[in-house]
Design a protein around this ligand. Structure first.
Ligand code: ADP
Ligand code: MG
Ligand code: MG
Length: 543
């Protein structure tokens, strides 16, 4: 498939025009809640609770091929179903996670131990997945170089999946607002005379927030009807959706709008950290249903319908056994979890790697009654992925990682950015793993905790003005990044029950896919986290 030629980007701006536009944009951002809590000023380590700074954003939307944007949207429903199915397929999880990464990864092992301890004793058949599949554009002609002028302009771009997130997929609210920002600037005089294509027709509406909120409200409604209650009954007034959050979360204003939108639909919401839940959680010993209650100091004794994790995706969210025990009790309770531990495990990067092996995807899709063209569409988005274990493919992966590391990224089973090992750092990293192991067999075993992925090579020729707020250590404002890379995420919400049988697909109660996140960073930064300050929130200009 040929893709249109990408325009030179961004439009040229005089200094006055740049200042004017960034002032307009920054005030829009501050007016519309495109904000973070400020970075704490030392010696304080907790962010301010009564002031904000704007989240980093791009001054212009970034050109993105319409066909590939549409493709990412169109395959999302199949991806949502696929990961729901993976989470329901115990034999698959056992083989991919239980016999492999958990042997050497203590965080995955904690999750796995809870999963296996409770899996045959669950009282809640429904799980909610709020997913985000992430992609980069791949310039198939760049021949190993990090993009070149000819390749990027010749219409050979492909959509390649970076990863599939099944827990705490963030930025749904903020990216919806940044789409609004770019639409606003294109509807006013702000972009006037700059570039013909900068008009609302080319800026797709963003349903990201609605998709996430739709999932949460569907889960709550399903819980209410399971309990034989009707939503209008007084007894449902005391039933809440629980947001599990990190203490001192700087990105709270990506979460609050979801909370407010759920509340606007007449559903109550409570935010709690792991520590607060540990103190306040009550599951009555004589309640066979294991209804989850929280004894809240202000709200009183409240019942929880849905547990939405915006914390719990990484080791640092668990300070000790108490927090793990809290996670386990939540898992065993009657509340619908977003995600369940099985769904969280399904999002492991190891799963992504195994799905790319021959004959792994197809049986799962057959169970879901998907046709061959669906399998092909998903497969088209896969890069080369390798295990690093003792299998023939794993030995090939190890060989590639040590002899041509410049084409690869090494990933552990972690979320949240900043965990990967890139290019020529890989051999050194593997050598250290070897030297810290007592024997070569432990070195091979330890490598099971990682996957090797070929580097996606985004096209060159695009840049943007990245607008960041001032911090105690850096001056803010719009800065031209001449060579940028944009990562597209597509959201999906799926409420499903595990059919508990290998031959039957999951039963779907609610499913909506759509909405997007575009994050843009300078090419020189390997990692793309917005919250960690490398990338900015952007939106696509479809060409
Ligand atoms: P995390 O779960 O921590 O977000 P990712 O797999 O998304 O981990 O990797 C983090 C970042 O690293 C991505 O946002 C992207 O910028 C970069 N990255 C990851 N995989 C690749 C790849 N195969 N090619 C190029 N860049 C990649
Ligand atoms: Mg991730
Ligand atoms: Mg990521």
């Amino acid at each position: 498939m040929s893709t249109p030629t990408l325009p030179a980007w961004p439009p040229a701006l005089s200094e006055e025009a740049r200042e004017h536009l960034s002032h307009q944009a920054t005030d829009y951002a501050l007016s519309h809640g495109i904000v973070y809590r400020p970075v704490p000023t030392p010696p304080s380590t907790t962010p301010s609770t009564d002031s904000t700074i704007h989240a980093p954003f791009s001054l212009f939307p970034s050109p993105f091929p319409r066909t590939l944007f549409n493709k990412a949207q169109s395959i999302q429903p199949a991806y949502d179903l696929l990961y729901a199915q993976v989470s329901s397929d115990h034999a698959f999880l056992e083989r991919v996670i239980g016999q492999s990464v958990v042997q050497v990864d203590s965080f995955q092992k904690q999750l796995w131990d809870i999963y296996t301890a409770v899996k045959d004793d669950l009282v809640q058949p429904l799980s909610l997945g709020l997913f985000r599949s992430d992609y980069l554009l791949h310039d198939a002609q760049s021949e190993g170089e990090a993009g070149n002028e000819m390749g990027s302009r010749s219409g050979q771009l492909e959509l390649k999946q970076v990863e599939f997130n099944t827990i705490s997929a963030s930025f749904g609210a903020l990216c919806t607002r940044v789409s609004g920002l770019h639409r606003h600037l294109s509807n006013t005089t702000d972009y006037l005379g700059l570039e013909e294509s900068l008009k609302a027709d080319n800026l797709p509406e963003n349903q990201a927030q609605d998709v996430l909120v739709g999932g949460l409200t569907a889960a709550h409604a399903a819980y209410i009807s399971q309990q034989g209650k009707s939503e209008s009954e007084a007894s449902t007034q005391n039933v809440y959706v629980l947001f599990v959050v990190q203490e001192g979360e700087r990105n709270a204003f990506d979460q609050r709008p979801l909370e407010h939108a759920v509340q606007a639909r007449g559903i109550r919401v409570v935010r709690q950290s792991f520590a607060e839940i540990a103190e306040r959680m009550t599951i009555k010993p004589d309640d066979a249903k294991r209804t989850l209650f929280l004894n809240h100091p202000v709200l009183g004794l409240i019942e929880i319908s849905t547990v939405y994790f915006r914390a719990g995706y990484g080791p640092s969210d668990y300070t000790g056994d108490t927090d793990w025990n809290t996670r386990k009790q939540l898992e065993q309770s009657l509340a619908i979890k977003c995600p369940s531990i099985a769904v969280q495990l399904a999002g492991a990067k190891k799963v992504q790697q195994v799905l790319a092996e021959p004959q792994q995807l197809e049986p799962l899709l057959t169970t879901l009654h998907a046709d061959a063209s669906t399998a092909q569409s998903l497969r088209d988005t896969f890069t080369d992925l390798y295990p690093l274990d003792d299998s023939p493919l794993g030995r090939q992966g190890y060989q590639l990682a040590t002899t041509s590391p410049e084409h690869y990224v090494l990933k552990p089973q972690r979320e949240g950015g900043g965990n990967n090992v890139y290019r020529t750092d890989i051999p050194r990293f593997l050598a250290e793993l070897e030297s810290s192991s007592s024997s070569s067999s432990t070195a091979v075993a330890r490598r099971q905790a990682y996957i090797l992925m070929s580097l996606i090579k985004p096209p060159s020729g695009l840049g943007n003005f990245l607008v960041k707020a001032s911090t105690p250590t850096s001056k803010g404002g719009a800065v031209l990044a001449k060579d940028t890379v944009s990562e597209l995420g597509v959201y999906g919400a799926i409420l499903f029950s595990n059919a508990n049988s290998h031959s039957h697909g999951v039963q779907v109660k609610h499913h909506q896919s759509g909405g997007y996140l575009l994050r843009t960073k300078g090419r020189d930064s390997d990692e793309g986290g917005v919250a960690v300050g490398f990338s900015v929130i952007d939106s696509p200009l479809l060409i």
